[in-house]
Design a binder for this molecule. Structure first.
Ligand code: CA
Length: 227
């Protein structure tokens, strides 16, 4: 899951970024509306946008309008500074999916993010399965035969990207996009390390992660391959 946060209040933006990253999302943060518009019109897809309405250079309404005018259906949660009903109505009418009134609690915001994922509005199914392995993208939990599997946040993100496309090749670039925001240093080697660790961890579920040379990786049920 890749999230864009557009917020000019540095303290709030840092708090949001840290807490979202800690929860395993790849997070990019911009501090004005023009940058938000630019990054959202780029090639990198985002799964969710958290958008402050009071932004410098270009306000949140304009960012939202241009997003929807360009037919981008990414879910948007708007942040409004005051309990201003007019702003909320305008934001929702322009195509926002939810809103938060400042000040808000981070756990509540994260719950709303999960709710949007659960409703399938982030283009994701809540639960993926492969062999005895299940991945719950809302609870961000993996199980083998109902027993929780211990994974680091990065391993979880790699596994999520693979399981969203079970049986299909996921390229290293796609994994890097899901895993790292623009501001983070990412390396192909890191992906290989995560794949190596994951392979061992998912093996007991009868699941294999194959390397397709030059293309990427595929997660598959060993037994379905044999039959
Ligand atoms: Ca603001």
């Amino acid at each position: 899951m890749r999230i864009l946060i557009a917020e000019d209040d540095e303290v709030l933006a840092d708090g949001l970024c840290n807490s979202m990253r800690h929860s395993g999302y790849a997070v990019d943060c911009v501090k004005d509306g023009q940058s938000a518009k630019l990054i959202l019109s780029g090639e990198q897809p985002f799964d969710l946008v958290i958008l402050d309405l009071g932004l410098p250079k270009l306000d949140g309404f304009s960012v939202l309008r241009s997003l929807r005018d360009n037919n981008r259906q990414v879910p948007v949660i708007i942040l409004t500074a005051r309990d201003d009903e007019g702003d909320r109505v305008k934001g929702l009418d322009l195509g926002a999916d939810d809103y938060m009134i400042k000040p808000f609690s981070l756990p509540e915001l994260e719950a709303r993010v999960r709710a949007l994922i659960r409703r399938g509005q982030c283009g994701m199914n809540p639960v993926y399965a492969c062999g005895k392995l299940t991945f719950d993208s809302v609870a961000r939990r993996t199980m083998i035969d109902g027993v929780p599997l211990e994974l680091t946040t990065r391993e979880l993100s790699v596994l999520e990207a693979l399981m969203m496309r079970t049986g299909w090749v996921v390229s290293k670039e796609q994994l890097l996009e899901r895993l790292y925001s623009y501001s983070e240093e990412a390396s192909n080697n890191a992906i290989e390390v995560y794949i190596h660790r994951l392979r061992k961890k998912v093996e007991p579920a009868g699941v294999t992660i194959r390397t397709i040379r030059g293309l990427g990786y595929v997660i598959d049920n060993l037994h379905s391959q044999a039959s």
